[in-house]
Design a protein. Sequence first.
Length: 317
Amino acid sequence: MTGKPAPAHPIRRERPLPWTDPKPDSDDPRSSDLVNAILASPEYREADGDLDFLESGVARGLRLQMDFLKTETLLQARGIRHSIVVFGSTRVPEPRAAARRVEDLEADCARNPQDAELAQRLRIARRVQEKSRYYSVARDFGRLVGTARVAPGGQLTIVTGGGPGLMEAANRGAHDAGAPTVGLNITLPHEQFPNPYLTPGLCFRLHYFAIRKLHFLLRARALVVFPGGYGTLDELFETLTLIQTRKITPMPVILVGQDYWRRVFDPDFLVEEGVIDPEDRDLFWFAETAEEIWSDILRWYDQAGLPLLPATTDKGD
């Protein structure tokens, strides 16, 4: 060697390394077939490109991490720091759609007056139509949150499960206001579509319910629950349990539609039976209008002596 060498090329070599070509068939006629069998085996795939491995039971921990990390990274990148979570039935449409459903069933029943199943479907459709007024309440509330500026440069974001019905209404209200709005869809055996009022880039499809629940609450400053079924009850009671045990910091939990919720469950009965304490009954309350929900949230934080938008969203584990 004379002088000082130039930097090596980052990719190209002057002479290939020994392993850049397979063993030639001239040395062993079986060589190509043996090497091709190795290359074709699933075990030879790199781990992050091996879908069979990534979808296996042993990789579940990795999938849980990825399920959390993708959504978390994108929410942070979009500056989504504080949210109000809204749940409610996917089966309660906007009033016009509910009215059309009732009209169609009334016509069917008129043509088939002895059909008991049709009569039952009409009764249920009328009950759904009665609850469709909550679509307007949820939409108005989403609009209120979308236009609110509760701190300099701060904004609350409506977060829902991303489906139709009453959650759609809350997303739609925020969309009406030109505000970003988030949907956390979940992968199910039957295909589902996100509602059209979610912000592109802020609708996520998660695999695990547990990770979805975590994302619902990490940024939540309040939970607003409209009439709903099993899924709505699941999120409501889990949140109440987390607050009851102080696993998460208490926050406003508001049930919209007292007449509905009084029939769904009786917290006073639970107190009398000794299975919850009186203070647990007071972890939530009822409201009827969008304005009442919003003023109740502001009142709760004022009485608690806490800012509605804290300086940090770090909730630890």
